[in-house]
Design a protein around this ligand. Structure first.
Ligand code: AKB
Length: 342
């Protein structure tokens, strides 16, 4: 229990959660962090939070219990089924990704009504919210702006795009016919992430995960069959830059923000360029290309790169890792060390 202004993180045991907890705990050690995930929080993260709850965002009674125990004014809603897993279970993906998000938005709304302050709500959307019709259009489109090609081809992308609108509704139009104004309690802020690559965790079912999967396979001496063509290109980002972007957006003055949903980018290598860097670090890597046409079709619908000028102008997005330093200084040394003693 704490009536101090607290932080609530869902999906905290995931790739973003691991890095975000470390950053938030370092930035503001006095602000209690409460986490919720289906999986137990790893010990190194659990040591940094007030309470790590194992449970589901679909359990509204559990969310009401947290509402009674904590005064939350920062929500980071990270829980989701990623794109590949979602394609095998679209109904479950909808339940988790949409109904779950609705539950957490309702939680934030109730928190705001209870303590009277806006609840800053971070929502991670994705480049999967885009849907480019074919490779020619993708090549011509280059860096895609937020409001272009919003026709996703995956249930995950459709879920993410809808939740962007859901968040805007809660922030600006919630119960607009009620006698008194109910909107404005949730300060919804959203980033459409590119493919994220972490040196600290293993990939968890994303269609963009061919990049981290290739590194982990090479470092652990496993064969890797890359499921996309060598010319395949999408934007990527190192996890520390993703967390830095979250913190910059969530600490930006509200009046600086001209959008609810922001693109961010860092580097956009082809699969062949990724393979070349991995081979130079692991000369004995056994990497082959075995295109999975269906998963290739998903990646081909995602943009080659994104225009993140709005994020740079509004809240100072400035990734510190480019392709060379992300792989050479962050990913490969850490992942090599992970398998060195095995
Ligand atoms: C996925 O590949 O599903 C995610 C994403 C691009 O949002 N990493």
């Amino acid at each position: 229990m704490s009536r101090k202004p607290s932080v609530f993180i869902t999906g905290a045991s995931g790739e973003i959660g691991h890095a975000l907890i470390a950053r938030l705990a370092a930035d503001d050690p006095e602000r209690p962090i409460v986490t919720l995930d289906l999986n137990p929080l790893p010990p190194e993260s659990a040591a940094k939070v007030r309470q790590a709850i194992t449970g589901s965002i679909l359990d509204t009674a559990l969310l009401d219990g947290i509402l009674a125990q904590y005064e939350v004014d920062r929500v980071y809603h990270l829980a989701a089924l990623l794109s590949t897993r979602s394609e095998f279970t679209p109904a479950l993906a909808h339940k988790v990704n949409v109904e779950g998000a609705l539950n957490v938005l309702e939680f934030a709304q109730k928190q705001g009504e209870s303590h009277g302050r806006p609840v800053l709500f971070f929502y991670p959307s994705s480049i999967a919210a885009f849907g480019l019709p074919n490779r020619e259009v993708k090549a011509r489109a280059g860096k895609v702006k937020e409001d272009d090609f919003n026709v996703p081809t995956t249930i995950y992308g459709a879920n993410k795009l809808y939740c962007e609108h859901l968040g805007r509704y809660y922030a600006r139009h919630y119960k607009q016919l009620a006698a008194e104004t109910m909107s404005g309690k949730v300060d919804f802020r959203c980033i459409r992430f590119p493919g994220l690559i972490s040196a600290e965790t293993v990939p968890s079912g994303g269609t963009s995960d061919y990049a981290p999967e290739m590194i982990h396979a090479a470092a652990s001496g496993q064969r890797y069959e890359c499921f996309v063509r060598p010319d395949t290109q999408i934007p990527f980002m190192a996890m520390p830059d993703a967390v830095d972007a979250i913190v910059r957006l969530m600490t930006a003055p509200r009046e600086r923000l001209t959008r609810t949903v922001y693109n961010i980018g860092a580097f956009a290598p082809s699969a062949a360029e990724i393979e070349a860097v991995v081979r130079s670090a692991f000369p004995h890597a056994d990497i082959r290309t075995k295109v999975d046409e269906k998963r290739q079709g998903i990646v081909d619908s995602w943009p080659a790169d994104v225009d993140d000028s709005a994020a740079r102008a509004d809240w100072g997005h400035a990734p510190s890792y480019d392709f060379a330093t992300a792989f050479g200084e962050y990913l490969i040394p850490s992942i090599r060390k992970r398998y060195a003693n095995r």
